[in-house]
Ligand binder design. Structure first.
Ligand SMILES: [Zn+2]
Length: 431
């Protein structure tokens, strides 16, 4: 992705730099050639050339672009598990993924890490974004998701003879797990997404206390992936599945729902980040029944919401790392709602807005393995900046409202936001 040339000054707003530091009341960011040259008090802004572009934050907030840490560009309006795999052909899913990536950028997400992909679309979507063929967040890719035969993601009965050609690679034993990872290495992905445990979505045979892969299969995934420089994550709800993942050497956990003291200790020892995705649970409980979600499934989501919220609180309190990502792309939890995750953590889980924003910026970049490039507004980093009309620390819900996003800047280029709609560069006058 190209970075801008020349200078940009973003001023007249509080600066929330993403490091977790308290906000600077009258802050400014100076960008030179697509990178942050200065981030600090407006009173000490260095001299800039007269042709520098200027963005007026209107007394609002200047902060790093958000990182969606559990993004499924290829999921779209999923109402049943079956919708995930056999609803549309690869051609149409590719177009949907491109539209979802554009939407995420317009929602203030300048980066995203995938939580699993249909076909091998993430990899090619990333290429299209990097080559500026399609707009979207800087992407950290996953490929098809690995699950044990008979596990959560193996829902088609054998008599249908359908298989899981779109989303999942089903494995039986460590040899097949190794073969699946090797296929994904060839596909070019960065993350191996696995299913160590079940979920409330499948209460009869693969609920949230069920294991869907053996430790041997999980360890084979990690050994093969790490050998090729790839990272491994997994859908981890059941306590034993979380421990298996941590013992096997996983690089991140999705959900991390039911953590006992031993699991938390293991997590902290290796400082493994967790992406809880809790708004999804709440949305399932709130909107699922109207979409035909059964009572057992809803009850299961209540249990995983409670367990997940409690684990998130304990992880934060103990100094662990959490990413903000929300499994968007379901009928009851659609694309575009990404920032609802942040509001949920403030309103229901009890995080402060500043803690939540740090998780959604700095930690997100760390999970992507690119914390030295973006995630905070510090000199030398890529100028991925979100300019918001309003005080996000007083009301984090402002981030849900795209009309309040003045500018979404990626590598110093104004890509989206109301100022870009008003005519791009011309909308931003001289200081
Ligand atoms: Zn997911």
């Amino acid at each position: 992705m190209k970075t801008a040339t020349g200078w940009m000054i973003i001023h007249n707003g509080q600066l929330v730099d993403g490091t977790g530091a308290q906000p600077l009341r009258d802050g400014a960011v100076v960008v030179r050639d697509g990178r942050v040259a200065y981030a600090g008090p407006a009173s000490r802004v260095p001299e800039t050339p007269p042709d520098a572009t200027s963005i007026d934050a209107r007394g609002g907030t200047i902060m790093p672009g958000l990182v969606e840490a559990h993004f499924h560009p290829t999921y779209f309006n999923v109402a049943n598990l079956e919708d995930l795999d056999i609803k549309y052909p690869v051609e149409y899913v590719t177009l949907l993924a491109a539209a979802n990536a554009k939407l995420a950028l317009e929602c203030g997400y300048t980066s995203a890490r995938s939580g699993g992909s249909l076909f091998n679309i993430d990899h090619w979507l990333k290429k299209a974004i990097e080559n500026e063929i399609a707009p979207g967040p800087r992407l950290s890719t996953s490929g098809r998701e690995i699950c044990g035969v008979g596990g959560l993601m193996d829902w088609n009965p054998d008599f249908r003879r359908i298989g899981m050609e779109g989303l999942v690679l089903l494995v039986n034993g460590p040899n097949e797990a190794r073969a699946a990872v090797r296929k994904l290495v060839k596909d070019g992905v960065e993350w191996i997404k696995t299913y160590p445990t079940g979920d409330a979505a499948a209460p009869d045979t693969n609920d949230h206390h069920t294991l869907c892969m053996t430790f041997e299969e999980m360890h084979a995934c990690v050994a093969t992936a790490h050998n090729h420089g790839l990272k491994v994550t997994g859908h981890c709800r059941a306590t034993e599945g979380i421990k298996n993942a941590l013992r096997a050497g996983y690089d991140a956990l999705e959900h991390g729902t039911f953590m006992d003291d031993e699991a938390l200790e293991m997590l902290l020892l290796r400082d493994v980040p967790v992406v809880p995705a809790l708004q999804f649970e709440w949305a399932s409980i709130e909107h699922g029944p109207a979409l035909g979600m059964g009572r057992k499934v809803v009850d299961g989501h209540k249990e995983t919401l409670e367990g997940g919220a409690e684990s998130a609180r304990r992880i934060l309190k103990a100094g662990g790392r959490l990413g903000m990502g929300g499994d968007y792309g379901f009928a009851w939890n659609p694309h575009g709602d990404y920032a609802k995750e942040l509001s949920f953590f403030v309103k229901y889980v009890g995080f402060s807005p500043l803690e939540t924003i740090t998780c959604a910026t700095k930690t997100g970049a760390e999970i992507m393995g690119r914390a030295d490039e973006f995630g905070t507004l510090e000199p030398g980093k890529l100028a991925d900046v979100l300019v918001v009309d309003g005080d996000v620390l007083a009301d984090i819900g402002i981030l849900e409202d795209r009309a309040r996003l003045l500018a979404i800047v990626q590598g110093g280029v104004l890509k989206a936001g109301t100022l870009s709609l008003a005519g791009g560069r011309s909308a931003a006058g001289r200081p």
